[in-house]
Ligand binder design. Structure first.
Ligand SMILES: N[C@@H](CCC(=O)N[C@@H](CS)C(=O)NCC(=O)O)C(=O)O
Length: 219
């Protein structure tokens, strides 16, 4: 499977993270997103007329939209990540997958504005991002009251992967995560998962590594 990828793209990172957590190997095809705008050139527009990455190809199959790609990888290599058999959990996964696109538009837009000097009303982007973060915080608090640590259950799903990167990178767009304790706990939980991989700006939670065993004194 080949991923058209940009290292600083949170949407592409979702796919790299999912693949790593599933143990799936991807062929990475780097895209010169910035400054080259390669994703808007003829070759990539033929694969995705929407002019966005990630794009995943698997043989003749061409997939666009990060949420669809996450579902594809999970269905192939780790169906537990799809939300399980409970209809409510499955629906909750779909709800958060749809919600994740609001994070992309708001927090992602603010990040592009601040980091790549893209046009846009930064105040409006940040305000929309804050509204989305408040919703996410409320959702995670509700889940905690049900005794669940992730968006659709007591284990992570594609919904968590879809929401996590733009939230973790919110400060790049000038939006602080300080007011959201449930989000920060969820992010810590996520960053300590086995198989977690990093991207620039999102780091593994080293603090949760076990304390080193005391070494016997040298004779
Ligand atoms: N709905 C798309 C959005 C992906 C997205 O926004 N990708 C960014 C890179 S992080 C992009 O390609 N943006 C096009 C542009 O800004 O020119 C998805 O989830 O795959």
């Amino acid at each position: 499977m080949r991923l058209y990828d940009y290292i600083l793209s949170p949407s592409c990172y979702k796919i790299r993270l999912m693949a790593a957590l599933l143990g799936v190997k991807l062929e990475i095809r780097p895209v010169d997103f910035h400054p080259g705008l390669e994703h808007r050139g003829a070759e990539l527009m033929a694969l995705n007329p929407a002019g966005s990455i990630p794009i995943l190809t698997d043989g003749d199959l061409v997939l666009t939209e990060s949420s669809a790609i996450l579902v594809y990888l999970a269905a192939k290599a780790g169906p537990d990540w799809l939300g399980g058999p409970d209809p409510a959990a499955l629906a909750r996964v779909q709800q958060w997958l749809a919600f994740s696109q609001r994070l992309t538009a708001s927090l992602g837009g603010a990040r592009l504005h601040e980091m790549l000097l893209r046009d846009g009303d930064i105040g409006a982007l940040q305000a929309a991002g804050i509204a989305a973060l408040r919703e996410l915080e409320a959702g995670l608090v509700e889940q905690a009251l049900r005794g669940m640590g992730f968006l659709a259950g007591d284990r992570p799903s594609v919904a968590d992967i879809a929401c996590f990167p733009y939230v973790a990178l919110a400060p790049d767009g000038g939006v602080s995560l300080d007011p959201y304790p449930a989000i920060r706990l969820w992010s810590r939980r996520f960053r300590s998962l086995d198989g977690f991989v990093e991207m620039p700006g999102i780091h593994r939670l080293h603090e949760l590594k076990p304390e080193p065993e005391p070494q016997p004194e040298e004779a």
